[in-house]
Design a protein around this ligand. Structure first.
Ligand SMILES: Cc1cc2nc3c(=O)[nH]c(=O)nc-3n(C[C@H](O)[C@H](O)[C@H](O)COP(=O)(O)OP(=O)(O)OC[C@H]3O[C@@H](n4cnc5c(N)ncnc54)[C@H](O)[C@@H]3O)c2cc1C
Length: 396
């Protein structure tokens, strides 16, 4: 595997870093105090600067209006964009829209693409993805209570979802609902496109994480469907293919999250170093203490290990596809999540009480990224995937 970064791409990385430092990081204090929605005009301006630099939508193919980067290039770019909680949004590749774009691109009809995919790629609208339900274990999405019943002229949806990432500003939801209750376990559900202003679509609340966020902020909506009527052509992909589509969506989603977490870990390490070097203890600075030096050294080695593991998984995906790289993706999902959270925790400790405030980005990361060990499959489920794969040969 060639680890060198070609000159033109190094320039793109440098340009990404400049855009982030000049247009995105200055917005962070306002994100924490005013919330996300009030920042929209400033975020739109930052997006314009990214568009001018040709880096908007890095992950999407040029025919969709994206920059058409390879997965490995996206990994390196994400390590820069991920430094800020606003980075991926400003560069036009934030979850869950990026995953929804892939699903619509792969499975949407021409009409669905025109109505939903095009404005989503342009960044004119946002969307959410409704799979998880409060009353069923999200770790096993073959068990769902939300139903879609076929009528003469369409479908009627009923159910209750939560952690439908994005917020009450989403224009439409991709919803996984049971259409074949008697079908095989992996063939019971289908995907639907549901406008969020449809009659019977109830936005219950934006869910705060550890008291962080909520109304007006980035969030994870709880929604209910009360006899929501959608036309026949709201079905996205084949009937009964909901589970398959969700899995296809999650493969890229997981590796994209791992790439973003590299940026979070590196920003946390930078904040750790900066504080250690400047915080006077009276008889020297924090950086004089061996324990702090150990944390810095361990974090550097872990972030490097995480980076190479993510790039190696991306390399396998590029050569053999997501399915073939399933085990590698599961392994980096828990490896990188835990490394990132460990580095953020050390950075908070080095900051002392300041680390708990919104004077740095660390408290936001601490609250919002604990979910990394849970969403898109909890650690335990991914470890089972890896262990089962390694044990298969030995058991046989
Ligand atoms: C920040 C965030 C964003 C999210 N975004 C979305 C979204 O956009 N759309 C959406 O539909 N959902 C979303 N989710 C929901 C997420 O997919 C689920 O939380 C996840 O699948 C786990 O499901 P659960 O919370 O119901 O936990 P459960 O399934 O109830 O599991 C609870 C715990 O049990 C353990 N466990 C589960 N299965 C096993 C097993 N087989 N072996 C051993 N231990 C096990 C794990 O420790 C797990 O954390 C999001 C969640 C978070 C936190």
């Amino acid at each position: 595997m060639d680890f060198s970064i070609p000159g033109p791409f190094q320039q793109k990385l440098a340009s990404c870093r400049t855009l982030l430092d000049e247009h995105v990081l200055p917005l962070e204090p306002r994100l924490f105090s005013e919330g996300y929605f009030k920042l929209q005009p400033a975020l739109d301006k930052a997006r314009d600067a990214v568009r001018v630099a040709g880096l908007y939508g890095p992950v999407f193919p040029p025919e969709l209006g994206g920059a058409g980067l390879s997965l490995k290039e996206l990994g390196l770019l994400s390590k820069v964009m991920g430094r800020s909680p606003l980075g991926h949004y400003v560069f036009g590749c934030q979850a869950p829209d990026a995953g929804n774009i892939e699903v619509l691109h792969e499975h949407g009809t021409d009409a669905q693409k025109e109505q939903y995919l095009a404005p989503l790629v342009r960044g004119d609208i946002r969307s959410c993805f409704c799979m998880t339900e409060p009353d069923n274990a999200g770790s096993n999405p073959t068990v769902l209570s939300t139903t879609a019943d076929e009528t003469d002229d369409g479908w009627v949806l009923n159910g209750h979802k939560w952690f439908s990432t994005a917020h009450d500003g989403s224009r439409f939801a991709i919803v996984m609902a049971v259409t074949e209750p008697e079908g095989p376990r992996h063939g019971r559900a289908s995907m639907f496109i549901v406008p969020t202003d449809a009659d019977g679509f109830e936005h219950v609340r934006n869910i705060p994480l550890f008291g962080h966020g909520g109304e007006g902020f980035f969030s994870h909506s709880e929604v209910k469907f009360h006899d929501v009527k959608v036309p026949k052509d709201a079905l996205l992909g084949p009937r009964g293919a909901g589970f398959l589509i969700a899995q296809q969506r999650l493969g890229p989603g997981r590796i994209h999250h791992c790439m973003r977490w590299l940026g979070i870990a590196e920003r946390a390490l930078d904040l750790m170093i900066e504080r250690a070097a400047t915080r006077s203890l009276g008889d020297g600075v924090l950086a004089d203490k061996q324990q702090v030096q150990m944390w810095i050294a361990e974090s550097k080695a872990e972030i490097d290990a995480a980076t190479w593991s993510v790039l190696a998984a991306a390399d396998k995906v590029e050569r053999e596809g997501f399915r073939a790289a399933r085990v590698e993706i599961s392994a980096i999902k828990y490896l990188v999540a835990n490394i990132m959270l460990g580095v953020v925790d050390r950075a908070v400790q080095v900051q002392g009480a300041r680390g708990l405030t919104d004077d740095t980005v660390l408290a936001f990361f601490y609250a919002h990224e604990r979910g990394a060990r849970i969403y898109d499959g909890p650690d335990e489920v991914h470890k089972l995937v890896v262990a089962k794969s390694l044990l298969k040969g030995a058991r046989a």
